[in-house]
Design a protein around this ligand. Structure first.
Ligand code: ADP
Ligand code: 5GP
Length: 186
């Protein structure tokens, strides 16, 4: 079983930003590239940001049992491919999964040894400001993500480790400590 670190929490809370900093501090960490049916945003690259696929391709992978976990989120499908985890963990380094809460629950059931960290915003207003400020999503997408965020925030007690991403540097420091302690790297 690969050593895995699941980073979850609402869209716009700063998961991607935190993981970029984490990987600068711990370059050995591998990042699992997810599959999605969502359209690529400007600047996103096939196979780097996501394995972008059609709904038909995604469904074929579901039917074949190729996913460790998968979920519907804000009108698209997202999932972690078993083959992706196997490739990324081949060198023995921990693999980071950046996934939403339904997926994190599935991983908790099937890979209970995986470390799970919930990233929380300082407030819902701050979350909205970040989603709007990121400028990547239409307002309907922002609203859909905020509606889901309220349910996701209600689920944070399920997670043994919660990091509030208020001041970025503090949150990065906390995350580095958790990952070092729980994966015995570095
Ligand atoms: P996620 O991956 O969780 O969807 P992002 O990493 O894309 O979130 O961050 C969403 C936006 O919030 C980005 O514009 C990012 O620069 C900003 N951001 C991230 N962390 C902080 C923070 N601690 N304080 C203020 N803005 C932040
Ligand atoms: P975005 O469209 O902003 O890239 O991602 C939307 C949400 O889907 C984010 O919360 C992100 O963490 C989550 N996500 C990305 N990849 C996966 C995945 O493989 N599985 C699951 N369950 N969620 C994912």
């Amino acid at each position: 079983m690969p050593r895995a670190v699941v980073i979850t929490g609402p869209s716009g809370v700063g998961k991607g930003t935190l993981i970029r900093s984490l990987r600068t501090r711990m370059p050995e960490l591998q990042l699992s590239v997810s599959a999605t049916t969502r359209r690529p945003r400007t600047g996103e690259t096939q196979g780097v940001d996501y394995h972008f696929m059609t709904p038909e391709e995604f469904e074929q992978h579901v039917a074949a049992g190729d996913f460790v976990e998968h979920a519907d989120y804000a009108g698209a499908r997202y999932g972690t491919l078993r083959s992706e985890l196997a490739t990324r963990s081949a060198g023995g380094a921990p693999v980071v999964l950046e996934i939403e809460v339904q997926g994190a629950r599935q991983v908790r059931a099937t890979m209970p040894e995986a470390v799970q960290v919930f990233i929380a915003p300082p407030s819902l207003d701050a979350l909205r400001a970040r989603l709007v400020g990121r400028g990547t999503d239409a307002i309907e997408q922002v609203e859909a993500r905020l509606r889901t965020a309220e349910q996701e925030l209600a689920a944070q007690d399920e997670f043994a480790r919660v990091v509030v991403n208020d001041r970025l540097e503090d949150a990065v420091e906390e995350l580095v400590e958790i990952v070092r302690d729980t994966t015995a790297t570095g």
